[in-house]
Design a binder for this molecule. Structure first.
Ligand code: ARG
Length: 569
């Protein structure tokens, strides 16, 4: 259903008839075709001034000649206006083509196999051990998840990686604190919160008792030396954190293929350090080992501290190499906040300097910061919203609304979960990712207007229309879909594959979030203006077919961004 290509071919044929021997062909014309800003000017327009040179004629002369020549069942009208050739696709043909294409592909409509044989690694969520999941983690988790779904939809093999922050001196401190003041029972019950408390206490007491710092260092040394007790406690901390996180991931419907975090690379750093040295990139600077990047307008990237310790950067360099060696990726995306812009610029530059050509496939998918009612998030000052709290509240609110509006709904609990969580996810993915988000309870839990529940509700409503209509075996009369409301819905459905391509190429799930919202609005308008269950069976069949195609497209859009599409609400 490539209308553009069809029209380009029709136009090329006419051009050759009007101007024999002219150097025009379908491909060049297809490149010139535009979509007019106003549908009153047609579905496609050919600006004929672009042909003036090869045809040696004034634009209006060209457009007049072509308009007189062209006739095709695909087009209801061709107009020559001031050197523009405006094409109006026949509304019935358009309706038939779009609806049939969408319905025949079912829930694969919009998918492709462009990614066949290619692998994309997506590093997202990437939480830190012994820290609680808060709203600041929503963007990375949900953007990453949406990109994961979309790449899969386009046929790529996708590897989702949670690059755990599970290495660093703070873990030595935590063990020291645990040995002094903690006990197994409390930490098991209290989970991450208890670990955070221990860590905070350590830092407070270390101010007046500096010897504690030595204790922390000693424990970290033990972790590094694979001491039995140290590793046991450390791994247990990891387990507790992951168990907490797993609950939230379950609620959000997010999964990973790998949890290889920073500690996974401990034994993989030496080879890359050696390679940096061999290639003459590593230089000593006050005892530390760095790669100078001032030529590229960046501060140096440090790979070994003066005490010999490795850094976040060192582990990331080992990680990118490992991912390449293991997955042979076409792309490796890092969904990480823009605070780390410099880090990734440095990392990618170092890869380039190493001559790792494949690293061109690396991309930092950055996003804005989350503040909470105007202030930066801060665990220490209690200025924070934990994710499980937010999700729980959203689900409770959805449950209340269901209780009020449809108390006899089946699976009430499940649907409340889907709506509540859908609201939060939609809120997270609605704006372009680089925009900062100021979180407010009111906005996140708003179910009216351009929100997840609105789109989900529209989907459920279409399901109900289709259920009530039952089967209709009449031959669809697509001329019943020539009204502006139906055409608006059709245009959106037709654009779905391009919207997905755009969302993927810009790593921007908000394209799909907004698309879902636009389609819901258009379909509600159509539903409001037109009788679906028309007495004319041909019209009824066509409107039902459109309803089906719209329902299916909304469901797929929601699914791609990680939101469920319940059939009843
Ligand atoms: N754990 C890191 C943080 O919270 C994010 C890790 C992102 N991934 C990576 N490969 N650096 O800042």
């Amino acid at each position: 259903m490539d209308f553009k290509a069809e029209i380009a071919s029709i136009a090329a044929k006419a051009a050759l008839e009007c101007f024999p021997g002219a150097a025009v062909d379908e491909a060049s014309l297809s490149g010139m075709l535009e979509t007019p800003p106003d549908p009153a000017m047609g579905d496609f327009a050919l600006p004929c001034f672009k042909l003036s040179k090869v045809l040696r004629k004034a634009p209006p002369q060209i457009s007049d000649a072509l308009a007189a020549k062209i006739s095709s069942p695909l087009l209801s009208k061709v107009e020559s206006v001031k050197g523009y050739l405006n094409f109006f696709v026949s509304p019935d043909m358009f309706a038939r083509t779009v609806v049939e294409a969408a319905l025949s592909r079912k829930d694969r409509f919009g998918s492709s196999d462009e990614g066949a044989g290619k692998t994309v690694v997506i590093d997202y969520s990437s939480i830190n051990i012994a820290k609680r999941f808060h709203i600041g983690h929503l963007s990375t988790t949900m953007i990453g998840n949406a990109l994961y779904n979309m790449y899969k939809f386009l046929g790529y093999h996708v590897v989702g990686v949670n690059h755990l922050g599970d290495w660093g001196t703070q873990f030595g401190k935590m063990i020291a604190a645990y040995k002094r003041w903690g006990d197994e029972e409390t930490v098991r019950k209290g989970g991450v919160d208890e670990m955070v408390k221990l860590y905070v206490r350590f830092n407070t007491e270390a101010k007046s008792n500096p010897a504690l710092e030595d204790e922390g260092r000693a424990w970290f040394k033990k972790i590094e030396d694979s001491d039995g007790e140290a590793l046991k406690i450390f791994n247990w901390f990891k387990e507790v954190t992951l168990k907490d996180a797993e609950r939230v991931y379950d609620m959000l419907g997010v999964k990973f293929d790998s949890y290889a975090g920073e500690s996974f690379y401990i034994d993989k750093m030496q080879p890359v350090l050696d390679e940096l040295k061999e290639k003459g990139l590593l230089v000593e600077d006050q005892g530390a080992q760095i790669v100078k990047l001032d030529e590229y307008g960046m501060p140096p990237a440090m790979f070994l501290r003066s005490d010999g310790a490795t850094l976040y950067m060192t582990r990331d360099l080992a990680a990118v190499k490992y991912r390449h060696d293991t997955y042979d990726f076409a792309k490796c995306l890092y969904v990480v906040a823009y605070q780390q812009d410099l880090h990734f610029k440095q990392l990618f530059k170092v890869c380039e300097l190493l001559g790792w050509d494949w690293a061109k496939g690396c991309e930092h998918v950055n996003f804005g910061m989350v503040s909470y009612e105007g202030q930066a998030l801060s665990t220490r000052e209690g200025h924070i919203v934990y994710l499980d709290e937010l999700l729980t509240q959203a689900v409770e609110k959805a449950a209340e609304i269901i209780e009020e509006k449809s108390p006899s709904l089946e699976n009430k609990d499940l649907v409340a979960r889907q709506i509540g969580i859908g609201a939060v996810v939609f809120f997270t993915l609605f704006n372009g990712r680089i925009k900062d988000i100021d979180f407010s309870w009111e906005r996140a839990l708003n179910f009216d207007g351009e929100t997840g529940p609105y789109v989900m509700y529209t989907h459920a409503r279409l399901c109900s229309v289709l259920r009530k209509a039952g089967e209709c075996d009449a031959q669809p009369d697509y001329s019943a879909l020539s009204d502006p409301e139906a055409q608006a819905v059709l245009r959106l459905i037709e654009s779905f594959p391009q919207q997905i391509a755009l969302a993927v190429s810009k790593s921007e799930p908000s394209v799909i979030t907004r698309f879902g919202c636009e389609l819901a609005k258009a379909v509600n308008k159509f539903y409001y203006e037109r009788r679906i269950l028309d007495d004319d069976m041909g019209a009824r069949a066509a409107r039902l077919a459109l309803t089906k195609a719209a329902r299916q497209t909304i469901a797929t859009a929601l699914k791609l961004i990680g939101i469920a599409a319940p059939e009843k609400m």
